[in-house]
Every structure is written in C-alpha cells, then in structure tokens.
Design a protein around this ligand. Structure first.
Ligand SMILES: CC(C)(COP(=O)(O)OP(=O)(O)OC[C@H]1O[C@@H](n2cnc3c(N)ncnc32)[C@H](O)[C@@H]1OP(=O)(O)O)[C@@H](O)C(=O)NCCC(=O)NCCS
Length: 389
C-alpha cells in the first residue's frame, strides 16, 4: 500500500527499512528522548539488532490487515520514520485488540516517530499525521486520539494544529530527565481537522497563469499523457488531434500560439491557469472556467497523473472557486461528469457543489449518464463565512 499526500509518502514497510530501524535503535537515537522516553530508552538498552531483524522479517512475511496499523514515512524518497495506531479502553489507556472486536467502533490513538531528526520542525510531521488521520477517517475509523507528555512541545503543537483537543491530563506521572511532566491524551475534533486540511492543502498550491507561448509545453505534456487524459477517452466529439481510444489530444508547437492567446484572454467568466506546488515549483495540473450556456461558468480541473490521489484535486477546486467568486464575482460555477467518478464527486461535494441536473452524451458508442453539479456565489460565501467563524 502506498498513500502519497502532498509531499510525503506513507507506505508499507519493506525489507530495506530494517537497516534504518537498526541504526535508529543503536546509533541515531535522539527521537527516543521524546517518544515515550520512560519506556523507549529502556527498550534501547535491551535492543538486539539480529533478533530485531529476524522478528521484522517474520512480520514482513505475514499477510497485512486491510486497515494498516503502521506505515512507513518517506520524504523526498528518504525513509524518515513511521506512523502507527493502537486501541484505547474506556479510561483512555492502551488496550489489546481482540479478534472479535469491531475495529471501526474502537477508540484509536495515532502516533508518529520521525526518527531522522534532520526532518523535525519542517512540517513533515504535519503532513504525515494529517495523511494518516485522513486514511483512518476515510476507512470509517472516526474516534481518534493521540497521546504524549507535557514536555514534548513539538508533538503538542502538532496535535493542536491538526485539530486535537486535550481530553485527559494525568498530572505529574511522567519522569523525564530529572523533570516531572503530565501524561496527555487528545481527542480529534473532526470539524477542526477539516479546517486544518483545507488550510494545509490549499496553502500548498498556487495558481499561475502561463506567461509565454513556451509555457504551453506543460499543457502538451499533460494532453499527450494517456494516464492524465483517460477521463477524456471515448467521447462522441471530433476535433483535430483527438484520440478517442486514449483521450489524448495532439498539441504540436504550431498550435501553441493560438491556444495561448485563447486561454489567457481575460474576460468575464473566462480563466485559465496552471496549478503549481509552492514548495517545489512543480507544475501539477491546470484549472479553467469559461462562459456556460446560462448564467454560470463551466469549470475544468485536470491533474497531471503523477499528482493524483494526494488531496490536490480538492485544493485545486477551492482555488478555482475563490478565483471565480472573489476574483470575478461570477453567479455560479458548474461541472458535468460521470456519476462513477467517485473521487471527483467527493471533492466537488466537499467544496459545496450540489447536483442540479442530469445529462447524457455518447461515450464509446453508448449513452453515458452525466451529473451536473453547481456552486452558486451565495453558497460559496455562506460556506466561506461558516468556515471563518
Ligand atoms: C513530534 C514530531 C512527530 C513532530 O513532527 P515535526 O515534523 O517535527 O512537526 P512539524 O514541523 O510538522 O510541526 C511542529 C510544530 O511545532 C512547532 N515547534 C517546534 N519546536 C517548538 C518549540 N520548541 N516550541 C514551540 N513550538 C515548536 C513548530 O513551529 C510547528 O508548528 P507550526 O507549524 O505552527 O510552526 C517529530 O518532531 C518527531 O518525530 N519527534 C521525535 C519523536 C516524537 O516525539 N514522537 C511523538 C511521540 S508522542
């Protein structure tokens, strides 16, 4: 299993990770000063690398549960640590999960260890734990907690930023490096988490209008990539360069100048921009709207295939809605697509769109039903005010 989210990757453990774990338990052990040090530092004293390797190899050979209770973290291709979860009882203490327990209805505590300290305080923990919580929530594991101690400022700040609220404090029960600290448990406020995600995901992307004809090269990269254009395959349309089998559209350099002029022409109900990752400057897709056949603009969002599934679709739609209603004061935005596109439907609904009609169009020689979704200016501003309050 691999879960890419913004600039982090959550993935299943692999054999090559065992050497990192051994290094983190023998040589690079700073993380253990913060992660439950009252027990972790004891564990380090008894750590046996070869026993650990044998246990991990045995664990790797076993089938994994559908819902993963631990995943490794990769930042820019570097293995930096892991996330994990465990169950809590009614007193919010650790409990063993029994095979007959209904997993989704349990109280789940999520935890994180970034063992490579070079990656602390740079936002990696925020991305990683957000991704792991999002994974739990989307699987129906909704009663979420996290636990730490009152001296772990980074973890407390991280928990609060994500929308966790303190729900249990046991004063003075943790002794760490000659100090006495409280044991803390936080419970996730899901509405606050949704607000956090919105800030994180929208804040990581920006719109950039192509500035020169040469900037059309990224548009060609997308239009000629079958994975990116699969959504566009099979429609009963005919225009030069359209390949109905893949959805790709030829976009030779000779066509760039006219397309650049058409796309970047400013006017009411008219907008086109690339989506750019702020942290890396990488172009990851395009958004647009153009006048519809009624008092609305028709929108389009296309993510370049390598950037799908990372939460960017929703961010792109939020940015486009802001542009339409705050930048241009349009009456409404509409989009039309097949009901089976579950991810597209979910992000439109998350941004406040609702179904206003159905349509049909031939696809691969058969009638294809389409949903028509709309967000009005009034709905946009109501949602914006509710969110800001
Ligand atoms: C705790 C941990 C997961 C946090 O991840 P991270 O990548 O360092 O955290 P982030 O950078 O995403 O966020 C940390 C926040 O704490 C803030 N912070 C860092 N040091 C701080 C300090 N001394 N005082 C106040 N705030 C501080 C950061 O500014 C940031 O908040 P911001 O985004 O509002 O600016 C990571 O540091 C880690 O794994 N540490 C070692 C193991 C551990 O403690 N695990 C948790 C066990 S409960």
């Amino acid at each position: 299993m691999q879960i890419p989210y913004l600039n982090i990757l959550l993935r299943d453990m692999e054999e090559r990770d065992i050497d990192d774990e051994i290094r983190w338990n023998t040589a690079e052990t700073d993380w253990a000063l913060w992660d439950a040090p009252w027990e972790t530092l004891e564990d380090l004293k008894n750590f046996d690398p070869e026993k650990h390797r044998a246990e991990e190899l045995e664990w790797l050979a076993k089938p994994k549960p559908d819902h993963r209770l631990s995943l490794e973290l990769e930042a820019n291709g570097v293995h930096i640590g892991s996330v994990s979860s465990y169950c809590l009882d009614e007193n919010l203490d650790w409990k063993a999960l029994k095979s007959e327990d209904d997993r989704k209805s349990q109280r789940w505590a999520v935890g994180i260890e970034i063992c490579d300290s070079a990656y602390w305080s740079n936002g990696w923990g925020t991305c990683a734990l957000t991704a792991y919580i999002r994974y739990h929530l989307s699987a129906g594991y909704t009663d979420l907690y996290t636990q730490t101690w009152s001296g772990n400022t980074r973890m407390i700040r991280l928990a609060e930023k994500l929308g966790f609220r303190e729900c249990r404090r046991l004063p003075g029960v943790r002794q760490v490096r000659d100090g006495t600290y409280d044991a803390l448990t936080f419970r996730l406020d899901r509405a606050a988490f949704a607000r956090h995600r919105e800030r994180l995901e929208n804040g990581s992307l920006e719109l950039c209008v192509p500035q020169t004809v040469a900037d059309m090269s990224f548009r060609r990269e997308m239009m000629e990539d079958p994975d990116t254009m699969a959504y566009n395959a099979g429609w009963a349309v005919s225009y030069p360069g359209y390949h109905p089998d893949t959805g790709c559209i030829d976009f030779p350099e000779s066509a760039w100048e006219a397309d650049f002029a058409r796309l970047t022409r400013q006017g009411p109900g008219q907008f086109y921009a690339y989506l750019r990752e702020k942290s890396t400057g990488t172009l990851i897709g395009e958004v647009s709207f153009h006048p519809g056949e009624g008092p609305w603009a028709e929108l389009g969002v296309v993510l370049h295939a390598p950037y799908k599934g990372r939460g960017y679709g929703r961010a792109a739609l939020e940015l486009l809605a802001r542009r339409a209603f705050e930048g241009q004061d349009l009456p409404a935005l509409r989009n039309t697509f097949e009901p089976a596109r579950a991810a597209a439907l979910a992000i439109h609904k998350a941004v406040g769109f609702r179904e206003v009609g159905r349509d049909t169009m031939d696809r691969f020689g058969k009638p294809q039903e389409l949903l028509v979704l709309e967000l009005t200016r009034e709905e946009y501003w109501k949602r914006r005010k509710d969110r800001d309050n």
